[in-house]
Ligand binder design. Structure first.
Ligand SMILES: [Ca+2]
Ligand SMILES: [Ca+2]
Length: 220
């Protein structure tokens, strides 16, 4: 059962027949209220996206989080924004995503600075350090990677989440590093597939009106 199927399974509405079920309903409403509250809390600490770009039909948005967040929170926050943590399958896409976060606020300071979270992860129990790395959403192993030399390292024994990493002298880079998912970083990148914009729909409507006008003129 996938995560989505599990969500659908618990979301199915059943008639309330007794007090136990009513209690369960109350608990579920409390849980939903908690999740909504959590989402609002995330949005409250996020600042406006630094940059947005559209490439190859997908929209990419960098989100700066001054209070920082761990990989799981970034993953949920990206879904709450209607997308998913960026999944990178080519050098060109890596450059696009990196260009959105090539700015000091997205990076930690001191030691080996780390950049924001992106959508790569390694399931627990995978052969370390290279085994089974995959992307959120598609859940497929990746064909393209851009590891920093010596990475993935699994240095902490729990490094199963993906972020950018700066060079040893502190310069921001488009190279990747595995980090423990519980580390907190100052941002993440959301990828999404845009819906047809209202401007496009209005444009289609205008074309339709012109077509009607032309037909009327021909008839008249
Ligand atoms: Ca690992
Ligand atoms: Ca590492």
């Amino acid at each position: 059962m996938t995560g989505h199927e599990k969500f659908m399974a618990v979301s199915q509405v059943t008639p309330v027949r007794n007090m136990t079920q009513q209690k369960k309903g109350t608990e579920m409403r409390s849980t939903i209220a908690f999740i909504v509250g959590l989402s609002l809390a995330f949005s409250a600490v996020e600042q406006a996206a630094a940059e947005v770009t559209v490439w190859n039909g997908h929209r990419y948005e960098s989100v700066y989080v001054p209070n920082r967040l761990d990989w799981n929170s970034a993953n949920y926050a990206a879904i709450a924004r209607g997308g998913y943590l960026a999944t990178i399958t080519s050098e060109e896409e890596n450059q696009i995503v990196f260009s959105l976060v090539d700015s000091p606020e997205f990076w930690t300071v001191g030691g080996n600075p780390f950049g924001p979270w992106i959508g790569g992860y390694q399931p627990w129990g995978s052969p370390e350090p290279y085994g089974n790395w995959r992307w959120t959403v598609t859940d497929e192993p990746w064909s393209y990677s851009n590891w920093d030399p010596g990475e993935p390292s699994d240095t902490e024994g729990t490094e199963n989440a993906l972020s950018f990493i700066a060079r040893s002298w502190g310069a921001r880079s488009d190279k990747w590093n595995d980090l423990p998912g519980y580390f907190v970083l100052p941002g993440y990148v959301v990828e999404s597939i845009p819906e047809p914009s209202s401007a496009v729909l209005l444009g289609i409507g205008a074309v339709g009106l012109v077509a009607c006008a032309v037909q009327k003129r021909r008839r008249g």
